[in-house]
Write a protein that binds this ligand. Structure first.
Ligand SMILES: [Cu+2]
Length: 372
């Protein structure tokens, strides 16, 4: 079927300083009802081959990167790859801070500090998923460019642990030798990092972690917005794992609009019960169940990579519609508007400003990764 196409050619300077892509050609001008004869380089196109005489689809008009990083599930990495990733995180924990946030000491703190600073505007709102996608990409880039990590950011698919056992305790991510260490030491009466989560049953641990590569690591930020020197704490919650099983993921994937999807994914307090996002935070407890300072636990990034993967999987189920499907309030408190693709994702001085529209498609040069 012949369809009128709008094609614009323009050269854009790539706005991501970390991407090291000096320029990219984007289709931006108008050419009507014609046979495509432009010699356009289309490496990376995944939704059909653009060739002479073939009509371009909306997806074809996008520009994709050449060598996307292949983000893998943690347990599929070799021991060597796992060690390299953890080594890079420890490197970030030693490099001096660059951000303007109070009491940050290291590059690792910069990311936690940014999250603490923005917590009230990046959760329970329309930018929740786009902001965390961008945040994770900037973190991945720092691991690679500042700490010599050569891989892609890994993700933790907790459903693989929970489906058969209803627990996360045996997950390879907690392995003391090849993972991030396990639960915190037992603290009688533990009820979350602020002691205010006693209505939730099933707490264990709660104190400092005692094994693995981060056992002696001292955090400078948190809990909450406080600035204290403290160990990395975990308090596994036995009530949370069922929220992370394949059925919960399938329920999320079944949502037909971004509005229903983002709410079903994020969970309380915009849903009455826990969902896959807050369920993952709750399952680990300690720093992770602190909505401000949770990026103090390196597992934060593996959890959010999995959520980002689920969002991408959801987008892929109807790319034509979902690459531009965005909604949700701009702020938690009124007056708020609904976010649009033009909404800017703040990164302080960690990275430059991009919009939600810039991060809707993980195949572009700005993001340039996929999930395997
Ligand atoms: Cu967050």
């Amino acid at each position: 079927m012949l369809v009128r196409r709008r094609l614009i050619l323009a050269v854009l300077l790539c706005r991501d300083e970390f991407a090291k892509v000096s320029s990219a050609v984007m289709i931006l001008s108008s050419i009507f009802s014609f046979v495509l004869l432009l010699a356009v380089t289309t490496r990376g196109v995944t939704n059909g081959v653009l060739a002479v005489g073939v009509r371009a689809t909306v997806d074809d008009e996008k520009r994709f990167c050449n060598n996307p990083l292949r983000r893998q599930e943690w347990r599929t990495l070799t021991s060597k790859q796992k060690a390299q990733y953890i080594g890079a995180v420890k490197c970030l924990q030693k490099l001096p801070a660059k951000s303007p946030f109070k009491s940050v000491k290291t590059r690792f703190d910069d990311f936690q500090g940014l999250h603490i600073n923005l917590t009230d505007e990046i959760h329970l709102v329309g930018q929740f998923l786009p902001w965390h996608r961008r945040f994770l990409k900037v973190y991945e880039t720092s691991l690679r460019e500042e700490c010599g990590y050569t891989g892609a950011h890994p993700y933790w698919n907790w459903s693989l642990d929970v489906d058969n056992t209803n627990t996360i305790v045996h997950s390879p991510v907690f392995d003391p030798a090849t993972g991030f260490g396990g639960n915190g030491i037992n603290v009688p009466g533990y009820a979350g990092p602020h002691g205010n989560l006693s209505v939730i049953p099933g707490w264990t641990g709660g104190g400092c972690i005692t094994d693995g590569p981060f056992a002696n690591y001292n955090l400078s930020l948190g809990p909450g917005t406080a600035v204290t020197n403290h160990c990395l704490q975990r308090g596994f919650n036995q009530f949370a794992p069922p929220f992370l099983n394949s059925t919960s993921v399938a329920n999320t994937m079944a949502m037909s609009t971004f509005e229903t999807f983002r709410i079903e994914l994020e969970g309380t307090p915009i849903t009455p019960i826990f969902k896959i996002h807050d369920g993952g935070h709750l399952a680990i407890g300690g720093e992770m169940v602190d909505r401000y300072s949770s990026p103090g636990d390196p597992l934060f990034y593996l959890h959010h990579a999995n959520l980002d993967r689920i969002w991408w999987n959801w987008e892929q189920n109807d790319l034509q519609t979902r690459l531009t499907d965005i909604s949700g309030r701009s702020t938690v408190d009124p007056p708020f508007t609904n976010v649009t693709l033009a909404f800017q994702l703040k990164m302080s001085n960690l990275a430059n400003l991009v919009t939600i529209g810039d991060v809707m498609d993980i195949r572009t040069p700005l993001l340039c990764y996929n999930y395997v």
